[in-house]
Design a protein around this ligand. Structure first.
Ligand code: PGA
Length: 249
């Protein structure tokens, strides 16, 4: 019922030549991937390059962050309207690297989500616990808190317009992957949380897994009933690896 989606998060990587090669390969293979959604989230500097390279294919474009304000005097920031104008359909919000390194808070994540929705962008909300939080058995309460503030801000009726990415912080860029059992347990918990507010939304909302997903482990993770896709970091910088994940979906 829920269409699988694989999203590449290039993080702060990429130059024009690399983007052009990677996107040409992916765009050429899109038709062979079957009925899944695919999106690429390059850095801001490459949005236009990637937009051109994937134009005409079923692959869509996203950004990795946005500002919570409308256009104005916010030096260095990029607004939701600018992303829309640049051809973005998606925007990642609240990635753990932004939370840990750039002071992103539940408050800013919620405001950014609202801003994205008001500008007709599809937000991908990242949630996930740190290693210490998991060791302390707090993974469920941490994720619940992260979700709660977003839902409070946008209202339960808008939850159908967001995509959630469960990304355990200890699995991001570390080579450690949550086992399919660990990931499925958290995905099912997230769906239960959504279901306690709105039954239909819980059934349709896509919940992606992120954290060292690669071709070799994608099949097992994506085979879990509540895992609807992947948010892919390092493996998205390699066309064959990324396409391998897409083929597992
Ligand atoms: P990774 O990153 O696949 O390199 O672990 C995932 C992410 O940060 O979204």
């Amino acid at each position: 019922m829920r269409k699988k989606i694989i999203i590449g998060n290039w993080k702060m990587n990429g130059r024009k030549v690399m983007a052009s090669k990677l996107c040409t390969t992916i765009a050429n293979e899109m038709q062979s991937l079957g009925n899944i959604d695919v999106a690429l989230c390059p850095p801001f500097t490459l949005l236009e390059e990637v937009r051109q390279m994937i134009a005409g294919s079923a692959c869509s474009l996203g950004a990795q962050d946005l500002d919570m304000h409308d256009d104005g005097a916010y030096t260095g920031q990029v607004s939701a309207g600018m992303l829309k104008d640049s051809g973005c359909e998606w925007v990642i919000i609240g990635h753990s690297e932004r939370r840990a390194l750039f002071g992103e808070t539940s408050h800013s994540v919620s405001k950014k989500t609202k801003q994205a929705l008001e500008n007709d962008l599809k937000p991908i909300i990242c949630v996930g616990e740190t290693e210490d939080e998991r060791k302390a058995g707090q993974e469920a309460s941490v994720v619940q808190g992260q979700l709660q503030s977003v839902i409070d801000e946008i209202g339960v009726g808008s939850v159908k317009n967001i995509t959630i990415a469960y990304e355990p912080v200890w699995a991001i860029g570390t080579g450690l992957t949550a086992t399919p059992e660990q990931a499925q347990a958290m995905h099912s918990f997230i769906r239960e949380q959504l279901g306690s507010r709105h039954h239909e939304t819980a059934k349709t909302c896509r919940i992606l897994y992120g954290g060292s997903m690669k071709e070799s482990n994608a099949g097992n993770l994506l085979g879990c009933p509540d895992i609807d896709g992947g948010l892919i970091g390092s493996a998205s910088l390699n066309a064959e690896e990324f396409l391998g994940i897409c083929r597992s979906a």
